[in-house]
Ligand binder design. Structure first.
Ligand code: N01
Length: 532
């Protein structure tokens, strides 16, 4: 163990919010950013599976903090793939000279709060020991992989890969029998590419997802120019609407439209080259069952038109939850892929996966002989990354114990008993319900303002209270009751993982309301915080 190194702020994670935290805070404070990976980019460093691509236009899904960066950077495609997003993160790290603050391949293992000195002690997998006043956990909502604990993994003679731990050198599927478990956003992007190479691809599906064509295409000069000329306005609009610039907002409810109008609006949205447009066909898609059913049925109709085998098409039609209840997926030929002879859809809802075997996978129905198994089984979302660090707050209380029944937080920013520790995209923030780069920048600016106030006023500690957490919980539950999200089991409510507790993990009241409540708390004399 090396001697303790003093610093002011330790940032955990060098994804987009972690990198911006360095940029924003390094002028005024000593800042160190610890990152488990050997490169920057967070989500876009880890998720390097073929087909990984963002579902928001890249001109929008990019930093806004530096005018010249926004003007000079060019995205080759409208919805960038992982390699371009990782390249952008590296460019930002170099251009703004952030690397001197970075410690890569360094996993934070323990955080301990010294309540007499009001300092955090930070321990890492490399044996480092830092002492700092503030922690910024930019650990990402979707960073800790979820692999269900099927027995027999060590027996399997082939190779197993999780999509979020994809080897940098890639995988050659040529001539292989491949099994892919999971058909969420990740699985849907990956499968068509594997199908082109593999001898046989079995897709193990428990719940079908709603997906629509990504509409990806080379960046048109007019689109790029239009955004570059209007960046300031667009970013402001984005923060004032959903935290994402949904340019065509609906004017009519489902019941206001004639059947012909409904069909035309739905067809336009399907070919709009913007996934979110499908959720914006009527004003009440997320709140009115008949409006939601109309959109679901429209997607079912599209699936039945594309997929030639009627039994496969029926299995692919989601019927157990409303569209939008889980995040809508985007794809490049996902449904068309099922018309290939080398692709088989396996229903593991009716016959669940039981175990890995020497030669493949066994379900309740039969064994499948496989050379490679891909687990596209998602994430221990929102709380997973922090749960993997031993975090000891006031009186040595562990965060894992405090959150055993689910995370409790104030504004998604702080949790009582763990002073001076701030979370970006923490539990019960809008997270993936908004555009995470821009709203991450907003949250980092908000935290920087709080730290500046603490320092200017000569204070040593800021915490929140259980009463404030209870108030935020009520707000989170109240807004979730108004939308269809509660009718779907997903990472939004922790129900993607057996036994995970905690209720709603995401704030679905919209970014503007989240930001307004956050700003009001500070403006009203740090309401809900305890400062000393
Ligand atoms: O993870 P998921 P993901 N037996 O949890 C299945 C973002 N993202 O990595 O639905 C059998 O959605 C599970 O089945 P079920 C985006 O926010 C964005 O795909 O739980 N199957 C499901 O099919 C997204 O929402 C982009 O029944 C099991 C799959 O594994 C989030 O990341 C791209 C199982 C997991 O799907 C997560 O997406 C990629 C079991 N025991 C990701 N356990 C874009 O920007 C799990 N599954 C485009």
């Amino acid at each position: 163990m090396s001697a303790a190194q003093p610093t002011d702020i330790v940032i955990i994670g060098a994804g987009f919010s972690g990198l911006y935290s360095i940029y924003r805070l390094r002028q005024d404070y000593r800042v160190i950013c610890l990152e488990a990976g050997d490169g920057v980019g967070g989500t876009w460093y880890w998720n390097r599976y073929p087909g990984a691509r963002v579902d928001i236009k890249s001109v929008e899904y990019s930093y806004g903090f530096d005018h010249d960066l926004a003007q000079e950077w060019s995205w080759p495609e409208v919805f960038s793939g992982q390699p371009d997003l990782e390249r952008y993160a590296n460019h930002v790290a170099d251009r703004f000279e952030l690397r001197q603050h970075l410690r890569l391949s360094t996993t934070v293992t323990r955080l301990h709060f010294d309540q007499d000195a009001n300092r955090w002690h930070v321990y890492t997998s490399k044996g480092d020991h830092f002492v700092c006043k503030y922690i910024i956990a930019a650990t990402g909502a979707l960073s800790a992989p979820n692999t269900p604990p099927w027995p027999g993994r060590e027996k399997f003679k082939g190779e197993i890969y999780h999509t979020t731990e994809w080897p940098r050198e890639g995988i050659d599927f040529t001539g292989k029998r491949v099994g892919q478990i999971g058909t969420g956003s990740t699985g849907i992007q990956l499968a068509p590419i594997v199908a082109e190479q593999a001898q046989q691809l079995y897709i193990f599906q428990r719940t079908p997802a709603f997906s629509m064509p990504s509409g990806n295409r080379p960046m048109a000069p007019e689109l790029e120019r239009d955004w570059k000329e209007n960046y300031a306005d667009r970013r402001r609009q984005m923060l004032e609407t959903y935290g994402a610039s949904l340019t065509v907002l609906p004017k009519l409810s489902h019941d206001d439209c004639s059947p012909e109008e409904r069909q035309r609006i739905l067809e336009d949205a399907w070919s709009s080259q913007s996934a979110f447009q499908l959720m914006l066909v009527f004003t009440d898609v997320m709140t009115n069952k008949s409006a939601n059913d109309a959109v679901s049925k429209f997607v079912h109709q599209k699936i039945r038109e594309i997929v030639k085998d009627p039994a496969t098409a029926e299995l692919l039609c989601p019927k157990t939850y409303p569209i939008g209840g889980k995040r809508l997926c985007i794809d490049n030929g996902y449904y068309q892929m099922y018309n290939r002879d080398n692709v088989t859809l396996v229903d593991v809802n009716s016959a669940p996966i039981i175990a890995f075997t020497e030669d493949g996978l066994r379900t309740a129905e039969r064994e499948y002989q496989l050379d490679i198994i891909i687990t596209a089984t998602g994430f221990d979302a929102v709380t997973g990354a922090l749960a993997r660090i031993v975090i000891e707050g006031i009186d040595g209380k562990k965060l894992a114990d405090k959150w055993a029944e689910g995370p409790t937080v104030y504004l998604g920013l702080m949790t009582a008993g763990f002073p001076n520790l701030f979370m970006v995209h923490g539990p019960k923030t809008p997270a993936a319900q908004a555009q995470m780069i821009t709203t991450g920048e907003w949250q980092v600016d908000y935290i920087a303002g709080i730290i500046a106030d603490q320092e200017r006023e000569g204070l040593s500690r800021i915490d929140t209270t259980e009463a404030a957490e209870a108030w935020w919980d009520e707000e989170v539950e109240m807004v979730s009751r108004a939308t269809v999200h509660r009718f779907a089991d997903s990472w939004y409510n922790g129900k993607n993982i057996d036994g995970k507790k905690g209720g709603f993990m995401i704030y679905v009241g919209g970014f503007p309301r989240f930001a307004q409540l956050s700003k009001a708390a500070v403006a009203e004399g740090y309401k809900g915080f305890v400062r000393s």
